[in-house]
Design a protein around this ligand. Structure first.
Ligand code: PMP
Length: 362
């Protein structure tokens, strides 16, 4: 392979070329330290500056002030599924979950290990092809918190407008769409995301939370599972995933240089429209899985007239340099993951490939 492919993988996923080049340029000698950042102590001034800048830039991009903190943790979003109820679901209380896909089901499964749960809404009977309407949501009497998944990576659906439940803390798994467009982050008490889709490489999980949630967590849970431990120590209680945080910080600086969330939304809408329009104008040859009012800007799921054609599509696309298009087994078909780092050029290439494929096989 002498050239770079268009990478439509769901995660780990494409990173901005500018970020990869910068990391390459300073790989052997990070900012005149004479060492790679990979070899640098997490207690060094160099790493502390990265850690600080990443937190500040993430808050700046989201328009968050001093009442929020950002933590850089390990264990993936999957560990957050358990840490959230461990820290915020006291005995005798109930946690509410809105189910919009396989990842929300997994989050609920972990919460059940720690306390009472309630399914406030689900679109499971519809094979998760849509996001529930606000009036379908029925909270329990006095929930400790409400948990949602903002974007459903496998099914290709996304909340278009976030709900609010007054004083009840709202918690969101934003692993596959964090920073894809502007939104009111203050609505959320806690947001978490594995970095490997829209933020950087795998190995670091971002937690953005109101400060009061990061204090007085239960004493009876393991030290590493308490948010307070990480907040008090600026995410440096133990050895952090320093290289992942370094790349994440470069991605945040890149996003800022692109013009922040408003600019990236414009580009994401343009990219997604290229593919959705091709689906909608194919006369039923391509069929989107998601209902139109629930379509994701990040993961586009679609089917072809037969499984043979779907297989042929994925393998011919790969030969043409468009990789990672095979859908998740629970939905079948194809999935194009077009996170922030995917270029308009990549989406145009996919659009063209779809048109040609239909022309030849339709
Ligand atoms: N939530 C969502 C929405 C995801 O897409 C994923 C990973 N694909 C996860 C959680 C799990 O993340 P991790 O692998 O970081 O545990």
């Amino acid at each position: 392979m002498t050239h770079r492919v268009f990478n439509f993988n769901a995660g780990p996923a494409a990173l901005p070329i500018e970020v990869l080049k910068q990391a390459q340029a300073e790989f052997l000698n990070y900012q005149e330290t004479g060492m790679s950042i990979l070899e640098t102590s997490h207690r060094s001034k160099a790493y502390e500056a990265i850690n600080r800048e990443a937190e500040a830039t993430l808050k700046e991009l989201l328009g968050l002030g001093d009442n929020y903190r950002v933590l850089f943790l390990q264990g993936g979003a999957s560990t957050q599924f358990a840490m959230i109820p461990m820290n915020f679901l006291p005995q005798g209380r109930t946690a509410d979950y809105i189910l919009t896909g396989a990842w929300s089901e997994k989050a609920l499964k972990e919460a059940k290990l720690f306390g009472n749960t309630h399914i406030a809404a689900t679109t499971g009977e519809d094979n998760y092809k849509r996001i529930p309407k606000i009036d379908e949501i029925q909270l329990s009497e006095n929930p400790a918190y409400v948990h949602i998944t903002s974007n459903n990576t496998i099914f290709g659906t996304q909340w278009q407008e976030f709900p609010s439940f007054g004083q009840v803390p709202l918690i969101a798994d934003m692993s596959s769409d964090i920073l894809n467009k502007p939104f009111d982050a203050e609505k959320f008490s806690l947001i978490y995301a594995g970095a490997q889709k829209n933020l950087g490489p795998s190995g670091v999980t971002v937690v953005i939370a109101r400060k009061e949630l990061l204090e007085n967590n239960p004493k009876a849970i393991p030290t590493m599972m308490r948010y307070e431990t990480h907040a008090k120590n600026d995410s440096l209680y133990n050895t952090p995933p320093a290289f992942s945080v370094y790349i994440l910080n470069l991605v945040l600086q890149w996003l800022k240089a692109q013009g922040g969330l408003a600019a990236i939304e414009k580009r994401n809408v343009e990219k997604a429209s290229l593919i959705y329009n091709t689906i909608d104008q194919s006369g039923g040859y391509y069929r989107g899985h998601a209902q139109k009012d629930s379509r994701s800007l990040m993961n586009i799921t679609f089917r072809l007239p037969s499984e043979e054609l779907e297989k042929a599509f994925a393998s011919q696309a790969e030969k043409a340099g468009l990789i990672g298009l095979k859908g998740h087994r629970s939905v079948g078909g194809l999935r194009a993951s077009i996170y922030n780092a995917m270029t308009v050029e990549g989406c145009r290439a996919l659009e063209q490939f779809m048109l040609n494929f239909q022309h030849k096989n339709g």
